[in-house]
Write a protein that binds this ligand. Structure first.
Ligand code: ATP
Ligand code: MG
Length: 451
């Protein structure tokens, strides 16, 4: 009991009367908000409702980062919002919001929510609008509330700042501005309860800490490892989307380190985590390198695909299983194909990777078997394969991570640079070397092991 009282007074995020601060103190001006978002706020306010720009956009503007999009929060209910905007629709069941479409952007309008347990009492008209599972996970959250209540149901203090462009004021209910100033990621309310309500918040803490380069407050960090297993309750499609935000954020390397530190990676890609923990292979180097390369590509505006990252994360598991299958006498191509299927089918139960990514993943893996066999006409055919570039980049990645592939990456690099005549020469040479090697090794044990 005493602990609970102490915790209560210790909790800086307890929603109270807001501090209202002039945006000018943070060099914030209304014209930093997109025209469409301002229009939505104005229309709602003119109809007599309260409305603010909220969440990531306010946080990013305060930090001098260009916002990705603008979200609006209001006390108008979804149907009232919908009636004010012609091109709008209500979406979601678990959490209803209104999408207002403009020609250049989409503005998400959310009605203030309450996180208040008491409002679930008998006879309350809100019954059934907020549902929790046995472990405390919120499965439905449609109880509307005041702006104050809305602030306390958000995830992080830095994500709970409300900006009113009409008078350039920032409304801070949870000491979010202090945390912006001290560069701290802090969960609002009791961290364990908030993680149990929605385990994706564990991932959001890590993502925003890496994105903003902020430290994680110790009270918020403490229960994270212990609650990591709750991620298993998140639906595979939602968890897949969250992994995209983590892996393709441009801060993948930092995020990977934090996911490992807080035992979250174990529940995202367990087959990879197991091998990364086992020091006898270079899986961890491969994963780190894959994230470093992806981050670098993102920062130089090069194309990135989740297929490449997932191919890297699952490759050591595929290789290990394929080796076991080969040892049982299966051909190399059958072993690889069977291992690929098994590893993918285990992963999609956790993060639902769509087919449009699992197919190229398999093609990248397949090329790892094909690219060393480049004699005669094979090199030309391989270089024309639509997935060649990804397969070749994957060879380079494996070499960068410390694997010895007998100069394969360099060979293919040179092959792409020389004239067609020289290419043919290279391929002929490579064919001879393979034949010589085979002869010196003696007859093959398994006739089907090389296609
Ligand atoms: P980003 O720059 O990635 O869009 P964001 O902070 O805008 O960051 P969103 O996922 O767009 O993040 O969510 C908008 C806002 O909704 C957040 O700022 C936060 O206040 C709230 N929010 C989002 N997800 C959760 C969650 N799982 N639990 C509580 N609040 C959340
Ligand atoms: Mg956002």
């Amino acid at each position: 009991m005493l602990k609970r009282i102490i915790n209560y007074f210790d909790d800086k995020t307890r929603s109270s009367n807001p501090s209202i601060i002039d945006g000018a103190a943070y060099s914030l001006t209304a014209n930093m908000i997109s025209r469409d978002a301002r229009k939505v706020v104005e229309t709602l306010q003119n109809a007599g409702f309260d409305a603010y720009v909220v969440g990531g956009a306010v946080r990013d503007l305060l930090l001098g980062i260009k916002p990705k999009d603008f979200d609006v929060a209001t006390n108008a209910e979804p149907s009232e919002v919908k009636s004010l905007f012609r091109r709008s629709r209500i979406i979601g069941r678990r959490f209803q919001i209104v999408h207002v479409q403009f020609s250049r952007e989409l503005i998400e309008v959310t009605t203030f929510r309450s996180n208040d347990q008491a409002s679930q009492g008998a006879g309350n008209k809100n019954i059934g609008l907020r549902q929790q599972s046995k472990t405390g996970m919120l499965t439905r959250d449609n109880i509307f509330g005041s702006v104050n209540e809305d602030a306390s149901r958000r995830d992080l203090t830095v994500n709970a700042l409300y900006y009113n462009p009409s008078d350039n004021s920032i409304h801070d209910f949870t000491s979010g501005l202090d945390d912006i100033n001290s560069r701290t990621i802090r969960i609002i309310g009791d961290p364990s309860t908030r993680y149990r309500e929605d385990p994706v918040r564990l991932l959001r803490v890590v993502r925003f800490a890496a994105k903003l380069g902020f430290g994680i407050d110790s009270r918020s960090a403490k229960p994270m490892s212990k609650l990591s297993a709750d991620l298993a309750q998140v639906s595979p499609p939602r968890l897949f989307d969250e992994t995209l935000k983590l892996f393709m954020s441009g801060k993948g390397a930092a995020i990977y380190a934090l996911l490992r530190e807080y035992k979250l990676f174990d529940y995202l890609v367990p087959q990879a985590n197991r091998l990364a923990n086992d020091g006898s292979n270079n899986a961890n180097c491969l994963f780190e390198q894959a994230f470093i390369n992806t981050d670098r590509r993102i920062s130089s505006n090069q194309r990135v695909t989740p297929a490449f990252i997932y191919a890297a994360l699952l490759w050591p598991a595929v290789e290990k299983l394929a080796e076991q299958l080969r040892e049982k006498g299966n051909s190399a191509s059958y072993a690889l194909s069977k291992a690929s299927s098994d590893v993918i089918s285990k992963q999609v139960h956790i993060t639902a990777i769509p087919k449009r990514f699992t197919i190229p993943m398999r093609e990248i893996w397949d090329l790892q078997l094909q690219l060393p066999r480049r004699g005669g006409q094979r090199a030309k055919r391989l270089a024309e394969n639509p997935r060649f570039r990804a397969g070749y980049d994957f060879i380079l990645l494996r070499e960068q991570a410390g694997e010895d592939l007998d100069g394969l990456g360099e060979w293919w690099t040179r092959y792409q640079e020389v004239s067609p005549e020289e290419q043919q020469q290279m391929a002929d040479e490579a064919g001879k070397t393979v034949k010589k090697r085979r002869r010196s090794r003696g007859p093959r044990k398994n006739k089907t092991s090389e296609a």
